[in-house]
Design a protein around this ligand. Structure first.
Ligand SMILES: Nc1ncnc2c1ncn2[C@@H]1O[C@H](COP(=O)(O)OP(=O)(O)O)[C@@H](O)[C@H]1O
Ligand SMILES: O=P(O)(O)OC[C@H]1O[C@](O)(COP(=O)(O)O)[C@@H](O)[C@@H]1O
Length: 314
């Protein structure tokens, strides 16, 4: 069982247009909505593959009702904590060449009691979980150290915890030493405070974090695949996709696959292959649709345990 906590979930609306021109009226050629937020997407990706998961999230307002309904109809188990604010709507503008422009709202302001209820619900649901996963940004009102507290509370009980976030809440969580983190290229650079132009730089930055006590650092690198670093492994995997349709949620699917691999007893390098397969499959799908088993069938990830460290990262 994998429990996800998404303090700031969303309704994701993807709008397709021919080309984005600032200040002009655009006629959309298509649109779709999906339940969203990083932990919600991790749970959606796991549920789509038949894996046991529950998504913990705050839910309020009309968008909150819609989110609950969308999760119910997708068969994603969720524990929604009622809140007085309204769940946000995030918009992705997709162009035919794969360019994605995202507009993320700040989300509702949570009260102290609502934050406490979210944390308590997550911990209640986690008693028999293989992994507890905290993902995404903090809504207004949530303390910067929410993920750090989650890490400490799960680890005190002997559980395993993964975090995927950005900014101050991610740095605070990393300082509390989760078992696993999944930054993307930009988030890792932000975490270590300098640019990471080559795979060697990514590896070195991830190794620094491993030496601080994080067991698995998985770095997603967009079209350059992903790297997993542990105390004894440096593995790179890539599954190129010729015409990506939407990258929204690809990192969440990658994390879901990685955790699924680890929780079903695979070594980190093999779990990375599952992660990259799920992530690459996600970019072939519209909006933030998560891959079904059939969507994974044509994806082939290439794994190397001795990657070319001079590879420039886009
Ligand atoms: N353009 C792409 N081509 C092929 N795979 C991709 C592409 N973009 C993303 N992916 C896959 O999705 C994973 C996550 O993508 P990334 O953009 O790094 O995550 P995030 O959404 O967290 O920023 C990558 O590790 C890779 O497997
Ligand atoms: O919490 P944040 O950082 O605002 O991100 C939330 C957004 O990220 C997503 O989880 C998608 O993730 P990515 O676009 O980063 O792959 C959306 O579902 C959601 O709208």
């Amino acid at each position: 069982m994998i429990v996800t906590l998404t303090p700031n979930p969303s309704i994701d609306r993807a709008v397709l247009i021919d080309a984005l021109r600032r200040g002009e009226v655009h006629r959309a050629t298509g649109s779709r909505i999906d339940p969203g937020g990083k932990g919600v997407n991790v749970s959606r990706a796991l549920a789509a593959q038949g894996a046991d998961t529950v998504a913990v999230l705050p839910s309020g307002g009309p968008e909150g009702h819609l989110l609950d309904e969308l999760l119910d109809s997708a068969g994603v188990a969720h524990a929604s904590v009622p809140v007085s604010g309204t769940v946000r709507m995030n918009i992705s503008v997709l162009e035919p060449d794969g360019t994605t422009t995202k507009l993320n709202e700040p989300g509702p302001t949570l009260s102290e009691a609502e934050v406490a209820a979210l944390l308590d619900t997550t911990l209640e649901r986690s008693s028999s979980a293989g992994w507890v996963v905290g993902c995404g940004s903090m809504p207004p009102g949530a303390p910067t150290d929410l993920y750090a507290v989650l890490v400490r509370r799960v680890r005190e009980r002997g559980g395993r915890v993964a975090i995927d976030s950005s900014g101050a809440s991610f740095s605070a969580a990393v300082a509390a030493t989760p078992n696993l983190i999944k930054p993307n290229h930009e988030e890792l650079a932000e975490l270590v405070g300098h640019e990471l132009p080559m795979l060697r730089d990514v590896r070195d930055a991830a190794r620094e974090l491993v030496s601080d006590g994080i067991e698995v650092v998985a770095v997603s690198l967009g079209g350059d695949g992903a790297l997993v670093i542990t105390a004894d492994v440096c593995a790179h995997a890539i599954a190129p996709i010729s015409a990506p349709l939407s990258t929204v949620g690809a990192g969440d699917c990658m994390l879901a696959g990685l955790l699924h691999g680890l929780s079903t007893g695979h070594e980190p390098a093999d779990a990375l292959v599952t992660g990259v397969t799920w992530g690459s499959a996600a970019v072939t799908l519209p909006g933030s649709r998560v891959p079904s088993p059939a969507d994974l069938a044509g994806i082939r990830a290439e794994l190397t345990l001795d990657p070319d460290l001079s590879r420039a990262i886009r």
